[in-house]
Design a protein around this ligand. Structure first.
Ligand code: PSV
Ligand code: MN
Ligand code: MN
Length: 386
């Protein structure tokens, strides 16, 4: 096993990025259950994100979604973040919530709609310049519902054209991260349905274009860690949107449905040299029925636990078993790490960093939940679309 001190040192360097939209109200298409104390604007979302950082020490970055987080002064928003020990992470573009996008955005058959979508993507890069964000995260709801509805190849051409225009606009140190999803809201074809399509586009674009793996965006049974290993090997893994799924794109807390899968993914990240500044560990989750801040804290802890276990894997013993063809021995090395209870190590690490060993309990004791219920009265709570 790797020495605990080395594991702790690596864990201390991990920065998990929480999504601004996870602090707002969300739900299913059947119902959004509003919760008391939920933020009313991006400023308050950052105030909540600061609580996650305060108790975990591992979540110093917050991703924004535009226009859900539209403000007049993005530099001031970045300052607000900095004053709370945070920085702004990926800017998520949104070209899926307007009537004009019924037939798609950058793949739409009408050039005027494509132009409008592209203008939004370019505006997102302007926002990155103002906030100091390094990543532009693109997910497209584009696709078709019926065979024959539109030309599959023409749509790929339109997509490539828009991506190239955005890529051209990127500044020094900025990246374009392309996210795929196998279906929904389109049901017949989706224009970026899988890692292969995303990879092909990113490869053409160049070094600053990389793929995002949203763990909820695969068909049941997909071997996500294989995709991770392959993308890392090709230098094309830009980051994750971590969440859990049972059925489709459920957006549940990461590590809740299948902690073993999360461990296997983190094993490939660690083994493939992806544990460093290059790969963004973002969460993309929505909380329908559970309180938001403690749920985000739980997800951060779940990522930390999976990472700790992956770091514990005895790589030398694994390599020796693998090269000896020792099937059971190699598997046992991985399982030893997975079955290690890393909670005491993480509690110790937190105490050494001046944090409470139990972030969820510390949050509940802090009084923040009561305070925001009291202070955030009036106004419109943030949620999908606001
Ligand atoms: C799409 O399902 C997605 O995963 C994309 O990342 C969006 O930007 C996000 O959800 C919104 O929650
Ligand atoms: Mn996502
Ligand atoms: Mn999703």
């Amino acid at each position: 096993m790797t020495a605990p001190s080395a594991v702790k040192a690596a864990l201390s360097s991990q920065a998990i990025e929480t999504p601004s939209w996870a602090y707002g109200n969300s739900g299913t298409r059947f119902k959004v259950f509003a919760q008391q104390g939920v933020p009313r604007d991006p400023w308050e979302k950052l105030d909540d994100a600061a609580q996650v950082q305060r108790h975990t020490g591992a979540a110093p970055v917050v991703a924004l979604h535009i226009p859900w987080d539209r403000v007049d002064d993005y530099a001031a928003l970045a300052r607000h973040a900095r004053e709370r020990g945070l920085r702004l992470g990926a800017i998520n573009a949104n070209v899926f919530q307007e009537d004009d996008y019924r037939l798609g955005s950058v793949c739409h058959p009408d050039a005027a709609v494509r132009r409008k979508a592209l203008d939004h993507l370019l505006e997102c890069v302007d926002i990155m310049d103002a906030t100091g964000s390094k990543d532009l995260k693109l997910w497209f709801a584009d696709g078709t519902n019926y065979p024959g509805q539109d030309d599959i190849r023409a749509r790929q051409d339109r997509l490539a054209e828009a991506l190239a225009a955005v890529y051209e606009r990127l500044g020094e140190g900025q990246r374009l991260l392309l996210e795929y999803k196998f279906f929904e809201p389109a049901f017949y074809t989706t224009d970026v349905p899988d890692w292969g399509t995303a990879y092909a586009h990113c490869l053409k674009l160049g070094e600053k274009a990389q793929v995002v793996v949203d763990t909820g965006h695969h068909a049941p049974g997909t071997n996500i860690e294989f995709i991770v290993a392959l993308l890392l090997r090709e230098g094309k893994l830009g980051g994750f949107d971590f969440n859990s799924r049972f059925y489709a794109d459920d957006d549940l807390m990461v590590g809740a449905a299948d902690p073993f899968q999360l461990f296997r993914i983190m094993c490939e990240v660690v083994g493939g040299g992806g544990f460093g500044p290059g790969v963004a560990f973002m969460l993309d989750q929505c909380h329908n029925i559970e309180p938001k801040i403690p749920a985000i804290i739980r997800s951060v802890m779940n990522v930390q636990e999976a990472t700790a276990k992956a770091l514990l894997v005895d790589r030398d013993a694994l390599a020796a078993a693998q090269s000896a063809g020792d099937v059971l021995g190699a598997n046992a090395v991985l399982m030893d790490a997975y079955n290690t209870d890393v909670r005491p190590l993480l509690a110790e690490l937190r105490e050494e960093s001046g944090l409470d060993p139990d972030p969820v309990a510390a949050y509940h004791r802090s009084g923040w939940a009561e305070q925001i219920i009291e202070n955030r009265k009036g106004g419109q709570q943030a949620g999908w679309g606001a």
